[in-house]
Design a protein around this ligand. Structure first.
Ligand code: NAD
Ligand code: TYD
Length: 340
């Protein structure tokens, strides 16, 4: 069994590579990654010498490079994590999101059609459903919820999902889609809420909370997401969408306060800043389908997961400190300098 994992040098993709190499020592895992600002080869250092692992630097939009890799590897399964993934960046500059997230997905699926695979899996997001109101806690996203996106990021992901379903219906490509809620855990790039707050708190820097901090996200430990994808690619039905989430809704402000407490930092670091444009209010997944069909349940409780995550950031400063002090600092200035 050979699996091409695109975006495997990023947050969730790298966790998935580790999960698969550990659980299936006979599988060959080939990581295809462009190494954008969000991809970090040092993340994959522990598996670089594993004979069952290969890393290839390429862009999923580069048809010639993608076809060459498929010709060489003849993959059975393709799992597409590669994407531009940060909402704030998509608001500043949507173009690259359309290119990677839509054109890249189509290019990969064209290769799948040309060379033949048993499964193409698209890693999507709950953000394709738009948001839910705070005063309707009875509402959840199901797989039937209409796509209703808010940001250029979520629109590009929804576009990709539509293409994936079109390739199933039109060409019979055996596809699956997972739409997961917000992940957290090791190797999360420090531009996203949880790692950014941990890094800033440790440096006694302001903790920039957008708007009133009342927006709600449904947080899932990254390993639970990887296990869900593992189940879907082996046992999920072709042509199906599976929502993945752990009924773990939290307000942003409560998470930031929790991080302050865990690190012994004062809440006076919390700074309310200008809200994100078009900011989604609440995400909440109904994971009944993946539970009933595939037996998936989240295993890590938020209290344990956040503790493990904070410990990981404390123990792995050598992973994230160079990111925070490098080119990312210019980004931070640009994004947060005028939010005051
Ligand atoms: P990430 O930004 O940490 O990693 C993305 C990876 O893709 C990086 O390694 C980057 O180098 C690579 N990449 C980007 N453009 C590429 C291209 N053109 N060709 C090849 N590689 C390219 O993202 P993440 O948080 O790990 O998210 C992975 C996937 O999961 C994305 O598709 C995202 O939409 C989806 N998702 C993320 C979350 C979350 O909470 N992070 C939740 C649900 C779904
Ligand atoms: P983020 O981690 O960017 O994920 P997403 O937008 O995909 O859900 O943001 C999570 C929530 O945290 C979101 O409501 C925006 C908010 N947020 C802040 O309040 N401050 C920040 O500096 C960041 C990055 C996010």
């Amino acid at each position: 069994m050979t699996i091409i994992v695109t975006g495997g040098a990023g947050f969730i993709g790298s966790n998935f590579v580790f999960h698969m190499l550990k659980k299936y020592p006979d599988y060959r895992i080939v990581c295809l990654d462009k190494l954008t600002y969000a991809g970090n080869l040092s993340t994959l250092a522990p598996v670089m010498d594993n004979p069952k692992f290969r890393f290839v630097r390429a862009d999923i939009c580069d048809r010639a490079a993608v076809y060459k890799l498929f010709e060489e590897e003849k993959p059975d399964i393709v799992v597409n994590f590669a994407a531009e993934s940060h909402v704030d960046r998509s608001i500043e500059d949507p173009g690259i999101f359309l290119q990677t997230n839509i054109i890249g997905t189509a290019t990969l699926m064209d290769a799948c059609r040309k060379f033949g695979i048993t499964r193409y899996h698209q890693v999507s997001t709950d953000e394709v459903y738009g948001d839910l109101p705070l005063d309707r806690p009875d509402l959840f996203f199901t797989e039937q919820t209409p796509l209703h996106t808010s940001s250029p990021y979520s629109s590009s992901k929804a576009s990709a999902d539509l293409l994936v379903l079109a390739y199933y219906r039109t060409y019979g490509l055996p596809v699956t889609i997972s739409r997961c809620s917000n992940n957290y855990g090791p190797y999360h790039f420090p531009e996203k809420l949880i790692p950014l707050m941990i890094a800033n708190a440790l440096a006694d820097k302001p903790l920039p909370v957008y708007g009133k901090g009342e927006n709600v996200r449904d947080w899932l430990y990254v390993e639970d997401h990887c296990k869900a994808i593992d189940l879907i690619i082996h046992k999920g039905r072709a042509g199906e969408v599976y929502n993945v989430g752990g009924h773990n809704e939290m307000k942003n402000i409560d998470i930031v306060r929790m991080i302050c407490r865990a690190l012994g930092k004062p809440e006076s670091l919390i700074t309310y800043v200008t809200d994100r444009k078009g900011h989604d209010m609440r995400y909440a997944i109904d994971p009944t389908k993946i539970h009933d069909e595939l037996g998936w349940l989240p295993e890590t409780k938020f209290a344990d997961g956040i503790k493990k995550t904070i410990e990981w950031y404390l123990e792995n400063k050598s992973w994230w400190e160079p990111i925070v002090s490098g080119e990312y600092r210019d980004y931070y200035e640009k994004m947060y300098g005028n939010r005051k």
